[in-house]
Design a protein around this ligand. Structure first.
Ligand code: BG6
Length: 455
């Protein structure tokens, strides 16, 4: 399986889950710094100390052979109360310059779950003023990095924030309030996309939702309809807005039935139509399976889904194995999802997250034997290749994560990286970096630009 020569083999992280230095050099707190941390997990104050160790990390990324690195910029590090923080901006200047020196393409997400706390206190995304605050912040980034960065993403997993915000610590409001927040995010995304296009920068800009094809639990027509409904609310609402600048009709209908329709002005509609994206970045962990709404009990997790009376109810797919953290593993579903997205939108696709969270063990001789990660990634890459043979245009693949980081709500015990970081949820230890078996496997895959039968 050989990939196009310019294929962007990358890896992914986010600012608050890696950087640490939560109050260093003028950085203001974000909602992630202020949220209540679940017992037995870690806060994000030190994370994996990437802020202080970025040079070592880039050396390792280079050794891994990365052609691209997808990371996010921390809004509250570069701006606070509407004022630029020069030291925070300087960090990203040095960082992006170093990536480029090492011929690693920077792929930048401008907002990944870490709203500045001062904005949160003024109502966060529910407050319309946040739209302009976001546009000002993005303009600073475009002015500073517009000639250096070719791939921008507006908002990471806006759909997860809207549908499972209480789990990842971004919002704990009613559906009505959350979909008002969501609407303001859609307008903000469109506004900065328009501003980016008007600025004639050389790169591309797009959204980065978490997209999962939705299977029906059976061939009963009502289960098929449930799958259609969930997909409209969970997936197509977000991509129809980003690509076409309109609300998906079916998602809007569901919102109206649960009294969660946002207020939308004529000006909002205009902005949404004017700021449509150039490509689609998306995160894929697994598919969803739903039935019609039969039960009343819902377990909510950002990947296990949820139910809406009269519309759908998430259920377990008995055909799929699970990770040790209870997420289904569905490589064929990745091919299915890639095809489904491409059939609908016909835009180039960039995978910005895909990976397996596991309790990796560091051996006494400094090794990490993570065969399960190699298996997971290999199966997904094979299915991505098949999707490309199907005719889907995929421009790059950035698994989660380049280096171990703190999970959204399950601590560092749940590791994803190619590079192990010596710390636990109880103790910071040395924070030294170790290369996992998956590091060497991915290094070879990138060097050979694909997979061989026996690998
Ligand atoms: C995505 C996020 O939801 O999945 C990441 O964009 C996150 O920030 C990743 O870390 C894995 O989820 P979790 O909950 O295992 O950290």
């Amino acid at each position: 399986m050989r990939f196009p020569t310019d294929f962007l083999w990358g890896a992914s992280t986010s600012a608050y889950q890696t950087e640490g230095a939560w109050d260093a050099d003028g950085k203001a707190p974000s909602v992630q710094d202020m949220k209540e941390i679940p017992d037995g997990t870690s806060d994000f104050k030190v994370a994996v100390d990437h802020y202080h160790r970025f040079e070592e990390d880039v050396r390792l990324f280079k050794e891994l052979g990365l052609k691209a690195y997808r990371f996010s910029i921390s809004w509250s590090r570069v701006m606070s109360n509407g004022k630029v923080n020069p030291k925070g901006l300087e960090f990203y200047k040095k960082f992006i310059a170093l990536l480029k020196e090492n011929e690693i393409e920077p792929i930048v997400t401008v907002f990944h779950f870490d709203l500045p706390y001062e904005i949160h206190e003024k109502g966060g995304w529910e407050n319309r003023e946040t739209i302009q605050a976001f546009a000002d912040y993005c303009q600073l980034l475009f002015d500073t990095f517009g000639q250096e960065v070719n791939y921008w993403q507006t908002i990471n997993e806006q759909n997860v924030m809207a549908l499972a915000g209480s789990i990842i610590g971004t919002s704990n409001k009613s559906m009505k309030e959350k979909f008002q927040e969501n609407h303001h995010m859609l307008v903000a995304q469109a506004l900065v996309t328009k501003n980016y296009h008007d600025g004639n920068y050389p790169g591309k800009i797009g959204p980065a939702p978490n997209i999962a094809s939705v299977y029906a639990a059976s061939d009963k027509p009502e289960d098929q309809l449930a799958a259609m409904n969930m997909s409209a609310l969970r997936n197509w609402l977000f991509l129809d807005a980003a690509v076409y600048g309109v609300y998906n009709h079916n998602a809007w209908h569901i919102l109206s039935k649960i009294n969660a329709c946002p207020e939308v002005t004529e000006e909002d509609k205009k902005i949404m139509l004017e700021g449509t994206c150039d490509y689609i970045a998306f995160n894929y962990y697994n598919t969803m399976t739903v039935s019609a709404y039969y039960q009343k009990e819902n377990k909510i997790d950002q990947q296990s889904g949820f139910g809406i009376p009269d519309f759908f109810q998430a259920t377990t797919n008995p055909h799929l194995p699970m990770t040790e953290f209870g997420w289904p593993i569905d490589p064929e579903g990745f091919r299915y999802t890639l095809n489904e997205i491409y059939s609908r939108y016909r835009l180039p696709l960039l995978i910005t997250e895909n990976g397996i969270g596991a309790k990796d063990q560091l051996t006494e001789d400094g090794k990490i034997h993570d065969k399960y990660r190699i298996d997971y990634l290999k199966q997904h890459i094979q299915q991505m290749y098949l999707a490309m043979e199907d005719g889907v245009e995929v421009i790059g693949y950035c698994p989660w994560s380049a280096i171990d980081l703190i999970s959204t709500h399950e601590g560092i015990e749940k590791r994803y990286g190619f590079i192990y970081v010596d710390r636990t949820d109880d103790s910071l230890n040395t924070l030294d970096r170790y290369k996992k078996d998956s590091f060497y496997w991915y290094q070879k895959l990138i060097a050979e630009n694909g997979l061989n039968e026996e690998e």
